[in-house]
Design a protein around this ligand. Sequence first.
Ligand code: PEP
Ligand code: MG
Length: 902
Amino acid sequence: MAAQETDEHKYVYDFSEGNKDLKDLLGGKGANLAEMTNLGLPVPPGFTITTEACQAYLATGREPDGLAGQIEAHLQALEREMGKRLGDPGDPLLVSVRSGAKFSMPGMMETVLNVGLNDQSVVGLAAQAGQNDRFAWDSYRRLIQMFGKTVCEVPGEEFEHALDEIKSAKGTHNDLDLDADDLRGLVDAYKKIFAKHTGRDFPQQPREQLDLAIRAVFESWNAERAVLYRRQERIPADLGTAVNVVTMVFGNLGPDSGTGVAFTRDPGSGAQGIYGDYLANAQGEDVVAGIRNTVPLQELERLDKSSYDELLSIMARLEEHYRDLCDIEFTIERGKLWMLQTRVGKRTAAAAFVIAGQLVDEGLIDEDEALHRVNGAQLAQLMFPRFQLDHEFEAVATGIGASPGAASGKVVFTSARAVELAAEGESVILVRRETNPDDLNGMIAAKGILTSRGGKTSHAAVVARGMGKTCVSGADEIDVNVPAKRFTVAGQTVDEGDVVSIDGTTGKVYLGEVPVMPSEVVQYFEGSLDDEHVDNPLVRAVHRIMTHADGKRRLAVRTNADTGADAARARRFGAEGIGLCRTEHMFLGDRRELVERLILARAEGERDEALAALLPMQRADFEEIFREMDGLPVTVRLIDPPLHEFLPPLEQLAVNVAVAQERGEDVAKEEALLAAVRRMHEENPMLGLRGVRLGLVIPGLFAMQVRAIAEAAVAVVRAGGKACPEIMVPLVGAVQELETVRAEAEKIIAEVVGDSGVEVLIGTMIEVPRAALTAGQIAEAAEFFSFGTNDLTQMGWGFSRDDVEGAFFWRYLELGIFGISPFESIDRDGVGRLVRIAAEEGRAARPGLKLGVCGEHGGDPDSVHFFHEVGLDYVSCSPFRVPVARLEAGRAAVQTDGSDSR
Ligand code: PEP
Ligand code: MG
């Protein structure tokens, strides 16, 4: 269709001008409406105002130059195509005005339907609808209600209240019992409410209605709930929304009309088939809001076979075209099917894996693409435990398993209470009749969400799935009474604070706390699945995709493990070595006393005795780990934390001394300890006597550890096993520190190893910014680097890692200084730059230098991609995150287009 033939910037696209790849410009909805239009599917004609127009409006507070004229031109073309004029008194063209950002933000932004209705055109609409006055007045009252609430901020409850009053005067609960006269009366009441709140009459000019509605959609981008949602979903704040102006089609014209939503496969399990909800004689928002109970889509076959068949064939076509699960909104107007929306549908973690596997089988995608279609966060979700059910637990209600997982917690009925209790550390289940966007805070705070109304596509279901949060929706046996803070179910009353358990996979609701059991995916990784489960579709899909990821990835994946048991578990999860064995954990329990002796030693002899007593213990620790890892590399880090961490706290010691003195007991040892604690006190222990500094200050300490490592390796090898120890020195900031430790260690190793064939590498952590910046020098003395990104983040930002997240990160997140804690996901620009510099300069000085990371970031999906990019050899993470790192390392290797699988 012709836009204005001028050189001005193009802000408006007809549906026939766009396509699915223009999501940045046209938003997801607009791009997909265009795609469907071009596929020849029945889409009501319309046009899209671009995200750029929204960005310009939000930046300047006014519509950009040229926009009004372009809208006018597209509107005129639409009017010509439809043979109607917007708001024409005799036969009005009506349009919906719908938001549509690049990423779906369900229910977050605004929609206004029936734009173009006024006191005259409502009569024309009734005539055109076959003298259907009821329909026309119902449409008009919906316009005033939506327009009032959305565009003019009239409180929604006032409209609800007026509707309730009319219904109760009529003695009914059902909107459908209201006749045309009732609805005409309601329009009058709504207009009064509108005038009272806005100080003006409801606008009668159709074009003014349109312009104000478009502006309101632009502004809804910055509504509080939208801002919150974006932060939660990590959607950039500056994208803006597109606005779709679409010819209205009506699902509420009578029993041969209706509206529905559908998925081309089950978004919960991934199973093939047709899934959806249908509501006869209703408009779209009735379904999504879960206001009336829908019927399963299959019912449509009975109600309107030809529309049903057409819908099925369109769904098959869309799946083939998008090569993925699609979700769809449609309306049937008097037996004619219209497609109102499609997009690649959101799905649960399990469905993502199962569908990716199916699509490979169906030849629609290849295995690289399948790998691209899933992610580590989903895999992590599948590793959550599930409820362990036996006869003691009987479900009191069954709703729809809307978002999987198992959650138990105290019942709360309001978002505010959910936030309050969660802040006190309680697990809560938010129970509502249905949720709406205002409940977002409570949903974030809750462990799970339970609603008594709404299907798989209700607000609660869609938002919970997006968050990966357990949700049961539409449990209609539950009678929720929010003001009384209770619900009743199966003759029992559940009050606020009582505990319930919900299963987001089966939809079952239990009273009390149900114990949990491990996930099948974890059992698969551990090799403990029984035969019956080995062949289930999810396990098969996970196996296939993980195998492909392992075949593709360049990064090796190691684990952080300090015990034989952890090492063994991590190996079952696929770890290819240990990237960090923290030896300080070996100084706890009954060994603490030896550390105390070491600290209190006055003479060399005393210190040597303590170290000599520790040596065999350490050797045994390392032997166990080497045996478990059976020749895979094991990086053992020499002791890192300040030694006073091993002593009792000052207050406790002071009390002990005082009490013992009071009793006349011998307090020499306690006094000595107390004096040592006082002497060793540090204002900033994380910047104090720790890491390599300990080794340089306390004679014999590192030597004992090095000897234990070397002796353990030799013992394992002499017993016929294999051992590949790598000794890692922590907190190095200058090459001289490392050289000093290295010289001593090399002597001991040479002495111990002899002709055993054991090879011991010596390397360092890079966790102090100075080390990163002098990596070229440090590499001269190191056979490997392992990035300690926890400390590197702490010292790079100057953030105390033990304090800041709880203290003030909320504010930083709120201000958008960062979108996620830099302790969770690597700060690419700052800390990441240090990693990059050190990797480059280290390798320049020593080609082939082995590079890894062992900070928490090693198991974070986004960070794994970064480490792949900068060319590390391996990541190391906690055992449970090893599968996630394997998957993401595979994804990083196949991901060449930088696209987002959100
Ligand atoms: C680090 O600093 O990233 C690291 C792995 O060491 P730790 O967490 O033990 O300080
Ligand atoms: Mg560290």
